[in-house]
Each structure stands twice: as C-alpha cells, then as structure tokens.
Design a protein around this ligand. Structure first.
Ligand SMILES: [Mg+2]
Length: 167
C-alpha cells in the first residue's frame, strides 16, 4: 500500500529530549541535508519498504521534494513521492482540508495532528505524538489494520467533541 509520513513533529522532531537517528550524510549532501531524523524512523521505513510498501512524504511545509528525497536516501530509504504544500495546493486548492491523502492515492498517512485525522473522518490516518517512544509500533499496528481493511486507531489526544468519529 502507499503510506505517507508528515515531516514536522512526525519524522522531524525538535522538542526538548527528542531522540534522533545516528549518522551523518556524506559531506557533499550536507548543504541540503541538515535535519535530524526521528529515532526509530530508519528501521521502520526500511521495514515497510522491504514489505513492498510505497513510501511517500506529505508535508504542509514548502521543503523541496528533491531535498526531502536525498534526506531520506541518506538513511537508506527511497521515496515514491513527495507532496509538499505547493503540490497539495495544485491538487486540492488553497481552501479546504490541510491534507487529503486519498487525493494522492495514499492508503495510510502518519501525522502528529489529530486535526488531520478529523479532516479525513478517521479513515486512513494514523496519529502519533512527537514524544511517544513507541510511535513506530503504533505505525506498524496501523499498517496491519489498514491491510485488513480496518481503520487505524483513534488519536490518543482526540478531543471529546470528535469522539463520535472514532466509531
Ligand atoms: Mg506535523
């Protein structure tokens, strides 16, 4: 299946105490590849790729798609596609939901925002908190659920007003 990942506060975490993958990019890529990758992401992404999944990034930032590809390539991950804010606006428009994974053929999107989960009615969105050390296991569980045509679990911090969407 096609699985996309948010960047800020999902694959890229800067909060105090945030843990990052070790390793530095080759010197000739350092001008473009500067950001740390969240601990656990490299193994998770490599495992998902090895299982045949098509990995994408879907970000509301304007980071350049080529730089995002190189950044993950430094960690042994080859992306199938990158949707940044510019690409999102071309396909979805400037108004409306912030992310619509289904418009890009994405079966499961991983994000830190429960708002993205709500925007998509709880379908095909896995929410992981930036401070969750077990986040990769949550993603693996969500992949398994979507593979069984089930919805990912509701976000742990979903406000009461949206609980009815969790079914
Ligand atoms: Mg985010």
């Amino acid at each position: 299946m096609r699985i996309s990942f948010d960047l800020d506060d999902t694959l890229i975490c800067y909060q105090p105490g945030a843990l990052h993958e070790p390793g530095r990019p080759p010197w000739w890529l350092r001008p473009w590849v500067r950001e740390p990758l969240r601990l656990g992401a490299a193994g998770l992404l490599r495992d998902l790729a090895a299982a045949g999944h098509d990995l994408w990034v879907y970000t509301t930032s304007y980071r350049g798609p080529v730089a995002v590809r190189w950044w993950l390539w430094c960690h042994g991950v080859r992306l199938g596609g990158v949707v940044n804010q510019a690409a999102h606006e071309r396909r979805v428009g400037r108004r409306g939901p912030s992310k619509v994974p289904a418009r890009f053929g994405i079966d499961l999107h991983v994000d830190d925002s429960w708002g993205v989960w709500v925007e998509n009615g709880g379908a095909g969105v896995c929410v992981v908190r930036p401070d969750d050390p077990d986040w990769a296991d949550s993603v693996r569980a969500a992949v398994a659920r979507v593979g069984r045509n089930q919805r990912p679990a509701a976000p742990p911090d979903l406000p009461e007003a949206y609980r009815h969407l969790a079914g």
